[in-house]
Write a protein that binds this ligand. Structure first.
Ligand SMILES: Nc1nc2c([nH]c(=O)n2[C@@H]2O[C@H](COP(=O)(O)OP(=O)(O)OP(=O)(O)O)[C@@H](O)[C@H]2O)c(=O)[nH]1
Length: 150
């Protein structure tokens, strides 16, 4: 019988892609999800608003910019509440994605980039076809919202 090989961390590290995402929470405790439009990779899959951090941009600055571009809302960096992060191998790159909660903003979120928007109850998240890297967010968000339910 051959011995169990030692556990190692030798997988090759890929280029890190820094992406930021926001979980917008409305007054009824619903969260905003966006469906990627035709013509993009993973069209039809659901994700959270956000996008890539550009060179010389802070994650918070990038997220405020993306929320303006994608949803037409104005958010303040100080209202972005760090929630968790995703760090996962996506094949050609390694995704590092800080995720923030946001409960205050100016304006009404509107689709500016052909994405379909939906406000959903946190319990409904698990029924969506979310981008695979986002799946660990489902139990974390469920646990977060359970803390506030009676
Ligand atoms: N905005 C956002 N991006 C996510 C999430 N989860 C996740 O894996 N991503 C990945 O992070 C990257 C975000 O890039 P992006 O939003 O600026 O670009 P994109 O995919 O719309 O355009 P692209 O096809 O040119 O990369 C994509 O590779 C996307 O698949 C998420 O919840 N929100």
């Amino acid at each position: 019988m051959s011995p169990t090989p030692p556990r190692t961390n030798q997988a090759r590290t890929r280029r890190i892609l820094l992406v930021v995402a926001a979980v917008l929470i409305d007054r009824e405790g619903q969260i905003l999800v966006a469906q990627r439009p035709e013509g993009k990779s993973y069209a039809g899959w659901w994700e959270f608003p956000g996008g890539k951090v550009e060179r010389d941009e802070s994650p918070e600055r990038a997220l405020v910019r993306e929320l303006g571009e994608e949803l037409g809302i104005e958010a303040l960096e100080e209202d972005l509440e760090p929630f968790t992060f995703i760090s996962t191998d996506c094949g050609s790159f390694h995704l590092l994605m800080p995720v923030y909660l946001l409960q205050h903003w100016e304006g009404t979120p509107t689709s500016r980039e052909n994405q379909t928007l939906a406000w959903i109850r946190p319990e409904a998240l698990g029924g969506l076809q979310l981008l695979k890297p986002d799946l660990p967010l489902v139990p974390r968000l469920e646990a977060y919202f359970q803390r506030f339910s009676p």
